[in-house]
Design a protein around this ligand. Structure first.
Ligand SMILES: NC(=O)c1ccc[n+]([C@@H]2O[C@H](COP(=O)([O-])OP(=O)(O)OC[C@H]3O[C@@H](n4cnc5c(N)ncnc54)[C@H](O)[C@@H]3O)[C@@H](O)[C@H]2O)c1
Length: 256
């Protein structure tokens, strides 16, 4: 039980990587607080089927008032937060010329402002932990930039230096801040057949490991960053992509 006695707030838990992480953290002993714009029934059912503990709040991470309301509720119910996994995210597949102001605002809102707002308003509760861990979920599209997913790439790219500066600012409270840059993970949003879907969509299965990753394989990295196993890891960006972005011009080798 690597998270026994810990309280973990995880955003974007109603499906995909967030759902897998909520279940894994609960199995490791954490009291899990889920936040998502979509209903959380399926995730709660999975967790409660194992007699484990979790609650769900309907909340849009890009809306300050909604984030503050959940933080206030947590202050009343649990009084501290040890782990914040800023995992919620969404993608619009658009080139620079296709990107409207509305697309831009939505992508920056969910994928960058949301992480800022959650960290800002959960910070007082993370300070109560005495050993907090914030994990931001970026993307390999933020490490290198994907010309077909422009606003998302910019937002996720911003999360990486945000992680570095937060790690610098919050280290004095023994709050570590790290980042995961995933890529090529099978999840509902990209589970389309090879050869279909828009350009830039993660439809190609090939990575150097000759397969896509599973949500659980990202959840295990989040567990490492959330737990004491990573007690001296701070300000790091861990790429979880089967080795795809480790080579230049990966697309020529079939890595989308
Ligand atoms: N799947 C991949 O290959 C991949 C690659 C790189 C990065 N990521 C990142 O991993 C995270 C999880 O991705 P996933 O593949 O599990 O996606 P997903 O679409 O399966 O799940 C995302 C969850 O976030 C929720 N969400 C979206 N906007 C929200 C908002 N404003 N407020 C609260 N919740 C919101 C959705 O309702 C959904 O439940 C995202 O940040 C994503 O950008 C995923």
């Amino acid at each position: 039980m690597m998270l026994k006695g810990k309280v973990a707030v995880i955003t974007g838990t109603s499906m995909g990587i967030g759902q897998a992480t909520a279940l894994l953290f609960a199995r490791e002993g954490a009291r899990v607080i889920c936040m998502d714009t979509k209903p959380g029934d399926e995730t709660l059912k999975l967790i409660r089927a194992e007699n484990l503990d979790a609650v769900h709040y309907d909340a849009d991470v890009s809306k300050s008032a909604q984030v503050q309301a959940v933080a206030r509720e947590c202050e009343k119910t649990v009084g501290k937060v040890d782990i914040l996994f800023n995992n919620a995210g969404s993608v619009r597949h658009k080139t620079f010329e296709e990107t409207t102001e509305e697309d831009w605002a939505e992508m920056i809102g969910v994928n960058l402002t949301g992480e800022f707002l959650c960290a800002k308003y959960f910070l007082p509760l993370l300070k109560e932990s005495g050993a907090g861990s914030i994990i931001n979920h970026a993307s390999i599209d933020g490490v290198l930039g994907n010309p077909y997913i422009v606003a998302y790439s910019a937002a996720k790219g911003g999360l990486i230096p945000l992680t570095h500066v937060m790690a610098h600012n919050l280290g004095k409270y023994n709050i570590r801040v790290n980042c995961i840059s995933s890529g090529g993970i099978v999840a509902a949003r990209n589970a389309v057949a090879k050869g279909s879907g828009p350009p830039g969509h993660s439809r190609i299965v090939v990575t150097p490991l000759q397969r896509k990753g599973s949500p659980d394989e990202v959840a295990k990295v989040a567990l490492f960053l959330a737990s004491d196993l990573s007690s001296f890891v701070n300000g790091a960006n861990i790429v979880v992509d089967g080795g795809r972005t480790g080579v230049t011009q990966g697309t020529y080798h079939g890595y989308d």
